[in-house]
Design a protein around this ligand. Structure first.
Ligand code: GCO
Ligand code: MG
Length: 408
């Protein structure tokens, strides 16, 4: 029939960094795009899609989104995990894109329509010291941001997560096209925990009570350290403290929660609603950080957000530049439609990415707006993409002073 899937292509390109995109085309030529980018492990998902998923899609009805999701999830037998769930996510996004293009409406209309005028976003500010962090925050405020994530170098610790941009410019980010082997960074939790509260004390004094301040601890503390840091940060009224401790053990958040009222955000490395079961049911977090790209697409992420809504837990979608502009657009349509929206991360892509991905979302009044083009509102330029072939890149490794590998 007209809406049968004619082809499912996997497109890999690197305009500023690597992106994996799925393009599904129906018999009568309607095209849908999906994001399958898994930073540092991109080709695993590309192969999963090309070698194992695409052959299953050809001939299926593009309208059957839930059925396709369940088919890819259940018939693989091997469930969950970032590779599988990113592959499913990309197909799911592309099918929603097609359905909305066929209906002639922006995707959020099919998800229930707009629940708000736009999606409040938070921007990144970083510095190698307080002076440069201050400059970075002021630049974001001048752009119109109201919510800002602060990351700053810790004296004596050298390179570390989140402050690359402070050294190498606004768009530098892990892995910033570091071909070859992984870069090594140092880590010292005690120094970090001593330094950080003073940074937020300074920020509140400098920028006042209104600006929403966030911080990402990037999985590097033990539960008891996380509890202590959360408590020490309470006077500075953070919007959230993110990934305060690794989350393989969801129950470990019970300990953190008992000791601090600093709001907690977790979940960018989780991929399914089951990964959030304890966190949500026991109200151990305040914000769900999962992304549409890594958690099974619109269908998968909506399931998580709806479950979270039962417990007054809000969304806070992951949105670094390793989510492609397609994934970003999908996140925005969902942000606009759900009731329990909290905030959306927005780490602007480099202008180069815009040569391959033609987007229609826009920033105004501290919010992103998905725009009113039918579908996701993103087009892919094959000719431009040819200029940006895949480049191998790795995320950094963190080591303690004695050489022990630490969580990065
Ligand atoms: C964030 C994330 C990212 C991750 C990156 C890894 O909060 O934006 O922590 O910075 O490090 O997505 O690929
Ligand atoms: Mg994070």
């Amino acid at each position: 029939t007209a809406t049968s899937i004619r082809s499912a292509e996997v497109l890999v390109s690197s305009p500023s960094r690597n992106f994996v995109t799925v393009r599904i085309t129906t018999e009568d030529g309607v095209v849908g795009l999906g994001d399958a980018t898994l930073n540092g492990r991109e080709l695993a998902v590309a192969s999963y899609l090309r070698d194992h998923v695409a052959p299953l899609l050809v001939g299926r009805d593009a309208h059957r989104i839930e059925d396709t999701w369940q088919l890819l999830y259940r018939s693989a037998y091997w469930r969950r995990g970032p590779v599988t769930m990113s592959a499913i996510a990309a197909v799911d996004m592309a099918l929603w894109d097609i359905k909305a293009r066929l209906a002639g409406v922006p995707l959020y209309q099919l998800l229930g329509g707009a629940s708000r005028s736009g999606a409040l976003v938070y921007a990144h500010a970083s510095g190698s010291d307080l002076a440069s962090l201050g400059d970075s925050v002021r630049a974001r405020l001048e752009e119109g941001h109201r919510a800002i994530r602060l990351q700053v170098a810790v004296p004596g610790m050298g390179a570390m997560y989140g402050v690359a941009a402070a050294v190498a410019g606004r768009y530098a980010y892990e892995p910033a096209k570091r071909a070859g082997l992984a870069v090594e960074e140092g880590w010292d939790s005690a120094r970090y925990m001593r330094h950080l509260p003073g940074v937020f004390e300074w920020a509140r004094a400098e920028f006042g009570p209104e600006v929403l301040l966030l911080h990402d601890a990037h999985h590097r503390l033990t539960p008891i350290q996380a509890a202590r840091l959360g408590r020490d940060l309470e006077p500075y009224d953070l919007f959230w403290l993110e990934d305060c401790t690794p989350v393989e053990n969801q129950e470990s958040l019970r300990l953190v929660r008992r000791h601090t009222t600093t709001p907690l955000a977790i979940g960018e490395v989780l991929n399914s609603v089951w990964d959030f079961r304890t966190l949500i049911q026991e109200q151990l977090i305040d914000f769900v950080r999962a992304s549409v790209t890594h958690a099974g697409g619109i269908t998968g992420l909506r399931r998580i957000f709806d479950f979270a809504a039962l417990y007054d837990i809000r969304s806070g979608s992951h949105g670094p530049t390793d989510i492609s502009p397609v994934g970003m657009a999908a996140a925005l349509h969902l942000d606009l439609a759900i009731h329990n929206f909290g905030i959306q991360e927005y780490m602007e892509h480099q202008p180069l990415a815009g040569e391959v991905f033609r987007t229609s979302y826009s920033f105004a009044d501290a919010m992103l707006h998905p725009g009113d083009q039918p579908g996701l509102g993103v087009d892919y330029d094959d000719v431009a993409a040819e200029r940006f072939p895949y480049e191998p890149a790795y995320l950094p490794t963190a080591r303690l002073a004695d050489g022990t590998v630490h969580d990065w």
